[in-house]
Ligand binder design. Sequence first.
Ligand code: NAP
Length: 331
Amino acid sequence: MMNRTVRLAHRPTGLPAPDIWAIADEPVPTLAEGEVLVEVKAISLDPAMRGWLDGGRSYIDPVNLGDVMRAAGTGVVVDSRSARWKPGDTVAGGFGVQRHAVVAERHLEPIDLSVASFERWLGVLGVPGMTAWFGLLDVGALKEGESVVVSAAAGAVGALAVQIARLKGCPVVGIAGGPEKCAYVVDELGAAACIDYKAGDVRARVAEALPKGIDVYFDNVGGEILEAMMTLLRRRARVVICGAVSGYNDFANIRGPRNYLNLLVQRARMEGFVVFDYAARYPEARAQIAQWLTEGKIVAKEHVEEGLDRFPHVLPMLYTGGNFGKLVLRP
Ligand code: NAP
């Protein structure tokens, strides 16, 4: 049996170019005791992938040259030398960018397709969903009625953060790229307003939408938008550093907000987090999110692309705004 893989051949500079990847067909290795063979059905594409392609260590080791690209995925067990898993079981795990993955039994989690699709288990019920939940409620310590701003508001993490804030009775303003995404953030996600940052003067338009200022800024993008939002903080505000996608293709030149002393003036705080630290609490968040989905209180959107060979062209969409919803590849 053959397996198609996407391996990292060269480290990128800037936006990852298609020629940094090597795509090949290789034999599937024989299973050892305790291992499981998974046919991958959906691969999660995440902005953080860009950081893993550089050589240095971050919150996680880089992907080594020659390795299959790291990625979360969902799929079906097709062969097993584990008493815990049998063919037909539907699972999630770190399967990588490939069609088949050999995984140790302890690295698999069950997923229930009657609750959500393979793709959605990588979105609101996967890492992006957990990130919105713990980022906003735990790190952001959001309280009912507080004013919230979310950047990359139409994306996988942002869209759920907007809806959690709305369900908590908070006036929430999104920031997103383009009129179509902004219409979605208001009409489908229920934000009070959404600012198209590509149309200019984000600061003035957020200030107009939230005249009293911001209690919680959930930052997915960093850069100039972060700096602008820092000028609108209310007393005791929280700035949640979830990500800084505007700088991921040029880490060396990321600049912090020059006006960070606004934190002092407003007795505010800014705090980053890595969602994996909350892994023990994922079940409580998942149960609530799944219930909201069933009750129709929230919506979720996946952007699905087809074909493993297209991975080199699909990944850059995350850094150009080409995705609309949780970006997933069906291999
Ligand atoms: P996503 O929002 O679905 O996709 C990325 C979006 O970022 C794009 O669609 C684009 O939307 C926006 N973007 C790209 N370049 C931009 C720029 N220069 N300026 C402003 N916006 C830009 O991705 P996601 O998976 O939900 O991730 C969102 C953020 O969460 C990322 O920063 C990611 O690293 C972070 N994250 C953090 C954790 C954690 O543990 N802390 C875990 C998961 C994800 P527009 O079209 O609106 O520009």
